[in-house]
Design a protein around this ligand. Sequence first.
Ligand code: PGA
Length: 249
Amino acid sequence: MPERTRYIAANWKMHKTVAEAAEFVDALLPRIAATQSDVVLCPPFTALNEVVQRRYGTAVKVAAQNMHEEESGAFTGEVSAAMLVELDVEAVVLGHSERRQYFNETDEALVRKVPVALAAGLEPILCVGESEAARDAGETEEVLERQLQADLAGVESLDLARVVIAYEPIWAIGTGRTASPEQAQEACAYIRDVVRMRGGVADELRVLYGGSVKPGNAAELLALPDVDGALVGGAALDAEDFAAIVEAS
Ligand code: PGA
């Protein structure tokens, strides 16, 4: 089985000004100099350039938190793949549950966004995950399969392993309630199975867990066989905490 490089991403959401982002990067870099993992910072659009500039010469990658599927046009407030690539951004978070919930991010948009990102040379970090009601109703796998089939429908089988998939149960995001190791392992293994069924090179696919990952629970989650990394929100706002999570990977 191929060795999958660990992938630890910091999703800052709507946090950090340019000055705060700069301070974070300067504090983080010396702390993670020895890591073998892929470390990815996802600042808000306004801080992308600052983070890109400060990480040059290191292995740290930079991701945007969203992207529009069209090349250009009358889409006030949106940003295209080419605009991100021009800044030397390498990846983009797509389909985060907050975007699905508050900004009407739909599967119809995502089915176009994922291949557009790949074609532009951006690594998509596609987020999927069930609500608490869906989990309670025993529909977790159904929800995950539906989202994956819908959002990845425009991606060729051979390209599926170029997508990073983050399993983020909505009930665990920002709540302090982490999925149990059994729940995280089961869901991440299932995601890999769905990609395998779609004809993807599932052994190479990176599947992340996200939802209240902290320095104290990261090692246990990252040791699970099908969890290849983490998408970290709250604990990624502090350089020391995020460095501790990178160290646990
Ligand atoms: P959290 O957020 O770590 O604060 O739960 C994770 C995410 O939304 O990506």
